[in-house]
Structure formats: structure tokens, C-alpha cells
Design a protein around this ligand. Structure first.
Ligand SMILES: [Cu+2]
Length: 89
């Protein structure tokens, strides 16, 4: 299980964009995104964390790897909103 916190996901479009980015990296990965906690969880046989992080970053988001997936999400970072809805916020 690989997990990222992606604080700049703001809506369903962002979820789609992140999901697509992960799938593009590994077609066989199962991706679950929780928009409330901004948590992206990936089950991938490849387990290529760096590749997934790069792909999400490339999609315009700022993933932070969660090393302990059971930990609660950190306080929202004051990150610039560069998600798909960023220009409208
Ligand atoms: Cu969005």
C-alpha cells in the first residue's frame, strides 16, 4: 500500500486527474481517493512510489507520501492551489 496526501485536490475533477495519472503509471494499480482527507491510496504490484509521486506531480498536484497510512492527515499545507480548479479559487 502506497499512500499520499494531496492537499490541493479540491473536487471530483482533481480526483479524476490524480486517478488517471496513477493509472497511466501502472494500469494494474487500484487507486482509492478520499477527497475529505485528501488521501490517495494505491495498491500496486509494481510498488513504484517514486513513479507515482512523479505522475501526480506532473498532473499538477503536490503529493506528500504518507509513511504511516494509519496516521491522520496533517494540517492542510498552505500550498498554492494548482489543481484543476486552482484558477477558480
Ligand atoms: Cu478539481
Amino acid at each position: 500500500m502506497i499512500a499520499f496526501d494531496v492537499q490541493d485536490m479540491t473536487c471530483g475533477h482533481c480526483v479524476n486527474a490524480v486517478t488517471k495519472a496513477v493509472r497511466k503509471t501502472d494500469n494494474g494499480a487500484s487507486v482509492s481517493v478520499n477527497l475529505d482527507t485528501k488521501r490517495v491510496q494505491i495498491n500496486s504490484p509494481l510498488g513504484n512510489t517514486v513513479a507515482f509521486e512523479a505522475a501526480i506531480r506532473e498532473a499538477g498536484y503536490h503529493p506528500v507520501q504518507v509513511t504511516n497510512a494509519l496516521a491522520t492527515a496533517p494540517a492542510p499545507a498552505a500550498a498554492r492551489a494548482t489543481g484543476c480548479c486552482g484558477s477558480r479559487r
